[in-house]
Design a protein around this ligand. Structure first.
Ligand SMILES: [Zn+2]
Length: 382
């Protein structure tokens, strides 16, 4: 059915939706329908794989793009003019990560943590994954209000009487069928490209709209077995964990992210805070490896050492939170592709500098293998 302008958010969306019908039909033909995943597999964008096939897994990256424009209710930067360049350049960066891996560590995988409508292009991820040996696992979920407004679709869904259920339904549909196609009107078209994790995010405290998304994630996780990964903003992880547990999420499925600096809002190292999280059965993730001086390798190695020494090696994960293409031109897309900024993105710091720093503190090869290879295998399979 052709939408009329009154059905739609704006005239711009109407125009976008009318051209999208053509684009999505053309794209749908290029991607084979996803097979229903069997139990205990990792759901990559190319379909389910055995967890043992991943190797070292970077648990929170953005490859290739982040675009916050829709959060400001303006058009996203266009992909078409830079699509091939994005794929080629990101492939090169991921291949570099792949080349750092030794025997028993490959081919490597990334969890692509770009949430709904902030630069998540399912078919772009498919084409990227086809070019690199590195597996790509995508996410469902809405971004928070930390550094930009929450997505108007999340707010619109959440405001309804059964808002949490509606958001959960969207997450479950993306997990069981495939990601929404961002070229159309919100929720109009869905691809058959699956996701393998739910992303949740909190600002410095859990705002009402963020709480709704967390509870929806808990419902979706309970129903599907899909793990949850989080963004925190200088703390907030304990509140997230408590809310998930209150809604009966399996703590082993909860990964509290962005650890490594001011995790409890005051201390830089926050050992006690990490111990409380793992004590609840949750996982902690040091996923800004390589970022500025606040997240230095030596400091993260000390934080990890404390967790390993207290018997929690099975609850630690790593990543860089890097994304090579970023649009922060919120004055409105001009349609040329020049809105995209290329940022410095190195996906090799975990497997080089951080591993070296951990070894210097006496963390063993076996323990490093557990954290880099075995933990992701276990948490991502469902
Ligand atoms: Zn991120």
């Amino acid at each position: 059915m052709t939408p009329t302008p009154s059905d739609l958010h704006s005239r711009r969306q109407f125009l976008r939706a009318s051209t999208a019908a053509v684009t999505t039909t053309a794209l749908a033909a290029t991607v084979a329908p996803a097979k229903p995943p069997s139990r205990g597999k990792v759901r990559t964008v190319l379909g389910p794989v055995d967890a043992s096939e991943l190797g070292v897994t970077l648990m929170h990256e953005h490859a290739p793009a982040i675009d916050w424009a829709e959060l400001y209710e303006i058009d996203p930067a266009p992909i078409a003019p830079v699509r091939q360049q994005m794929i080629d350049f990101t492939t090169k960066l991921l291949d570099r990560f792949h080349q750092t891996l030794g025997t028993g560590q490959g081919p490597g995988a990334i969890v692509e943590c770009t949430p709904i409508r902030v630069g998540r292009y399912p078919h772009l991820l498919v084409d990227l994954a086809k070019k690199t040996p590195v597996h790509v696992i995508a996410c469902t979920g809405f971004w928070c209000e930390a550094m930009a407004p929450q997505h108007p679709w999340a707010l619109a869904l959440g405001r309804k009487r059964d808002g949490v259920k509606r958001i959960a339904k969207l997450y479950i549909r993306e997990i069981t069928e495939g990601m929404e196609d961002p070229y159309g009107d919100w929720g109009k078209d869905f691809t058959r490209v699956p996701v393998g994790i739910i992303k949740c995010a909190t600002s410095t405290y859990l705002r009402p709209s963020e709480r709704r998304c967390h509870i929806a994630a808990a419902i979706a996780s309970r129903e599907t077995g899909c793990p949850i990964t989080t963004h925190t903003t200088d703390g907030g992880g304990l509140e997230e964990a408590q809310l998930f547990l209150k809604h009966r999420t399996d703590p082993a499925k909860i990964i509290i992210g962005h650890q490594g600096n001011l995790d409890n809002r005051t201390e830089s190292e926050s050992h006690e805070y990490h111990r409380r999280l793992v004590g609840m059965g949750c996982n902690v993730q040091f996923d800004r490896v390589g970022h500025a001086k606040d997240y230095g390798n030596k400091k993260i190695a000390r934080q990890v050492k404390a967790l390993v020494d207290s018997g929690h090696v099975k609850q630690v994960y790593f990543s860089h939170d890097n994304g090579p293409y970023f649009n922060d031109d919120y004055t409105g897309a001009k349609g040329t592709g020049k809105e995209w900024k290329i940022t410095e993105s190195d996906y090799t710091v975990v497997t080089t500098g951080l591993v070296k720093a951990m070894k210097e503190l006496g963390i063993t090869d076996k323990q490093i293998h557990t954290m880099l290879v075995e933990n992701p295998q276990r948490v991502l399979a469902f």
